[in-house]
Design a protein around this ligand. Structure first.
Ligand SMILES: *[C@@H]1O[C@H](CO)[C@@H](O)[C@H](O)[C@H]1NC(C)=O
Ligand SMILES: *[C@@H]1O[C@H](CO)[C@@H](O)[C@H](O)[C@H]1NC(C)=O
Length: 343
């Protein structure tokens, strides 16, 4: 295998410029993340300018006409390093109940690619259809790479869990590092699924619609929606005596007051909480009952559990909850494959 690894490494150096965090950059990230960020909270209100400085807008300039505007073009995201933003895969891809079946950004998907590994890496030029903005809409960068985790997984056993969906978690790598400021600071990331244990509370900051209680989302002018906050409680879905079994890569949460729910535009937003005195993202908001117009205890929000993907994220982006560098053979083979894919 050693010769293979050498060849792969050479290809890696010559042809791939994905900039995984180095061990030193990750150390620095661990020192800085989630510190001194404001999240003083009143429910369902507009956020202050220096509050939640990790929350960014994501705009996807899709190549698909007549696609559902709200879901494909406007999302929320979480800054996790000087060049990595956490968001949802559905901000750039289309899906069925059992699998991802395409992208909306002109990235051709070869099934053959999916036989080799599970995470889809999209690079420029397709990736650059994704633009990241501050809350005042100033552009802070474009994606150079997109990592769509487990994009290639198909749900074959529909009975395995009562609640299961294709994996909906994506990381954007920007082409240039951003500069931190009082309005732009990263949060830390969860280490494992214990961080989204039932009954804990999360703060969700997103650029989503906030329709009147008796109306569905209006789907218009999502680009100008201000950052808003609400507090949610993680539900215990796998309680003894109940039958709902949920895929551990997901969790479900409800607004603490049971009077609001995340809506279109909030997709990809990070659910955060304090862990060891650091603001830490533990979930990516992916699905909602917003369209049913309940705004009560029937409403629920589905999140991808960051902790479930922590090892994969570490491998592909260098955002690792423990210090030390990882550069596995699996990553290198993926990258080699990408190289073949582009010649
Ligand atoms: C993916 O599946 C959805 C839902 O079934 C369908 O509307 C869409 O056309 C499919 N897209 C592709 C590229 O096959
Ligand atoms: C948006 O905010 C940034 C950072 O505070 C600032 O530099 C920029 O001028 C603002 N842009 C607009 C259009 O207000």
């Amino acid at each position: 295998m050693r010769w293979l690894q050498s060849i792969v490494t050479i290809c890696l150096i010559v042809f791939v410029d994905s900039r995984k965090l180095t061990a030193e950059e990750n150390e620095k990230r661990l020192e800085d993340c989630g510190k001194n960020v404001k999240s003083k909270i009143f429910n369902g209100r507009k956020a202050e300018i220096d509050e939640a400085p990790w929350a960014v807008r994501i705009n996807t300039y899709t190549n698909v006409k007549n696609i559902d505007e709200t879901w494909s073009k406007h999302c929320s995201g979480t800054l996790t390093s000087p060049r990595h933003i956490l968001t949802a895969t559905h901000c750039a891809a289309t899906y069925t109940e059992t699998e991802w079946n395409g992208t909306v950004i002109d990235a051709p998907i070869y099934r053959k690619y999916c036989e080799e590994q599970s995470t889809l890496i999209v690079r420029e030029v397709a990736a650059s259809r994704i633009v990241v903005r501050l809350r005042n809409r100033t552009e802070i960068g474009r994606a150079k790479y997109l990592f769509m985790f487990n994009y290639c997984r198909k749900i074959v056993d529909k009975n395995a869990y009562e609640i299961q969906y294709p994996d909906d978690i994506m990381i954007i790598e920007l082409s240039e590092d951003v500069e931190y400021s009082s309005e732009l600071k990263p949060v830390c990331v969860a280490g494992n699924t214990d961080d989204n244990a039932p009954n804990s509370h999360l703060d969700l900051f997103g650029f989503g619609d906030d329709p009147p209680r008796d109306k569905p989302s209006s789907l218009k002018n999502l680009h100008d929606i201000p950052l808003k906050h609400h507090k949610v409680e993680i539900m215990d879905m796998n309680k003894e005596g109940t039958s709902k079994r949920m895929d551990p890569r997901l969790f479900i949460a409800k607004s603490v007051t049971r009077t609001s729910v995340a809506c279109p535009g909030d997709s990809g937003a990070g659910g955060v909480k304090e862990i060891d005195k650091r603001t830490t993202v533990v979930g990516v908001f992916t699905k909602t009952t917003c369209k049913f117009v309940y705004r009560d205890k029937r409403d629920e929000e589905t999140y991808a559990s960051f902790g479930f993907y922590a090892n994969d994220v570490c491998e592909y982006t260098g955002i690792c909850t423990t210090s030390g560098s990882f550069s596995s053979l699996k990553y290198q083979i993926t990258v080699l494959f990408l190289f073949y894919y582009f010649i």
